[in-house]
Ligand binder design. Structure first.
Ligand code: NAP
Length: 424
């Protein structure tokens, strides 16, 4: 009698189209080009994917971490996946005994613990940070809550305020938007982000996918003790090349009125979290609305400082914006003593003044930056992708001038959860 024919199974890697925010991070991360996309979906080619795990951690939503065990011969094709609106259910498989699992499937990653922070440039393609950056949080960071609400079960927040930070006649419209969660449990930490679901559908009749924004308020609320948070949102009217584009979510958010309701998912983000030990210095480098998580961290420390809690660590901020009024630090945050926060502001479009970028300010403060890098310091870089290379060059120069081996220190800081980059 012949032995039963062996059936080969594959644990197929799939991306959940309902959760994916089409941010391109997975495609950029994949070392073997197994991920591709069209206008609708991001998909994984089963003939190429070797389940190496590289794409799992950087995904901001967790949509990348989906697996179905399938017959190798009938794995879902790229063409099939590109038509999906949701993932298929797990198929029934042949009885045990006739099964053989493909070797690479056994190395498929365990489900990701959650998400890495990212924010979506509304209406634009988002690029993942390429600088080597930490996938681990600071050792003393608080433990974040993750994915409490998703596309199928979002939470409704009410707009408590929508404040324009830029002057009425300024070119850019940057908003400070406060969302209230009422009695719904929605805990966030500084450095985490939330998903916003813009209402309506896109040109192809599909619901708009979610956009992510960094939380700009401290963990205990925009107003201390209130179940609310704030976002810093710039109305997107052009893309990075200056071509006109209407950002779906940013325009939706910037037009919200007090009392309107918003569908929210999240919280997201496991790494870009602040250290909680009193001796830690925080070095924040940001451009534009990338200042949102910096505002959150500064406010958390300000509240501790105001209460006289032990706090030896210092804050240092390098902030780059077109004009001074784009700094979303206002009220008490503008009156902070210099022994609490050392602020270096770089403005690029103030008439009569030469253009300044954050990297220029880092060079100018070379000794202080070197002192910080030698100490118990946590670095956070957030904002435009373009500034990343400039900041890294400035760091290298600062270190060379101060006899620090930057490549070695950088690698150490990354490994220790002390160097975090989120640029788009
Ligand atoms: P922006 O106003 O366009 O630019 C901010 C500043 O950065 C300007 O002074 C700009 O100078 C300068 N800049 C431009 N290129 C630079 C370079 N190569 N090196 C250093 N500085 C440079 O910025 P934005 O529109 O607010 O964009 C902020 C970014 O942060 C976006 O990509 C956004 O997605 C991201 N982000 C947002 C959030 C959020 O929650 N909203 C969170 C995380 C990240 P010029 O005058 O020369 O343009």
């Amino acid at each position: 009698m012949n032995a039963p024919e062996q059936v080969i199974l594959l644990r197929q890697h799939l991306i959940d189209p309902e959760v994916c925010i089409r941010c391109n991070t997975c495609e950029e991360t994949c070392p073997i080009d197994a991920i591709t996309h069209d206008e609708r979906n991001y998909v994984v080619n089963a003939d190429i994917c070797n389940a190496c795990n590289a794409c799992i951690s950087p995904c901001p939503t967790g949509s990348i971490d989906n697996w179905r065990t399938v017959l190798r011969a009938s794995a879902y094709s790229i063409a099939e996946q590109l038509t999906w609106d949701e993932l298929p259910a797990q198929q029934e498989l042949p009885a045990e005994g006739a099964l053989q699992v493909e070797p690479e499937a056994e190395s498929a990653p365990a489900p990701a613990d959650g998400t890495a922070l990212a924010a979506v440039v509304d209406g634009q393609q988002v690029n993942a940070a390429t600088t080597s950056t930490s996938q681990v949080p600071p050792w003393s960071a608080a433990h974040p809550y993750l994915n409490l609400y998703n596309l199928k079960r979002p939470v409704t927040a009410t707009v408590a305020g929508n404040f324009r930070l830029t002057a009425p006649d300024a070119d850019s419209d940057v908003r400070h938007i406060v969302l209230d969660f009422g009695t719904c449990f929605f805990p966030v930490l500084e450095g985490q982000s939330i998903g916003i679901l813009p209402p309506g559908t896109d040109a192809s009749g599909k619901p708009h996918y979610l956009r992510m924004y960094s939380v700009a308020s401290a963990r205990d609320g925009e107003r201390e003790g209130y179940n609310n948070l704030s976002l810093t949102v710039k109305r997107v009217e052009t893309d990075h090349e200056g071509k006109p584009v209407r950002g779906v979510a940013s325009n939706y958010l910037c037009d919200l009125q007090k009392g309107d309701t918003v569908q929210v998912t999240g919280p997201f983000g496991t790494n870009f979290l602040m250290p909680n030990h009193a001796g830690s210095n925080i070095l924040m480098i940001c451009t534009g609305t990338g200042s949102a998580p910096m505002r959150a961290m500064t406010e958390h420390r300000r509240r501790m400082f105001a209460k006289g809690k032990p706090l030896d660590g210092k804050l240092t901020l390098f902030f780059g914006a077109r004009k001074p009024e784009e700094l979303p630090y206002f009220g008490p945050l503008l009156k902070l003593p210099s022994e609490f926060i050392d602020m270096h502001l770089a403005f690029s479009r103030v008439s009569g003044q030469p253009r300044a970028y954050v990297q220029d300010k880092i060079r100018a403060a070379s000794q202080r930056v070197a002192e910080l890098l030698r100490g118990d310091t946590y670095v956070y870089i957030c904002g435009l992708k373009g500034m990343e290379a400039g900041v890294m060059e400035a760091m290298q120069e600062v270190c060379s001038a101060n006899q620090i081996d930057w490549p070695a220190l950088h690698a150490k800081m990354v490994a220790e959860g002390r160097f975090h980059v989120e640029t788009y």
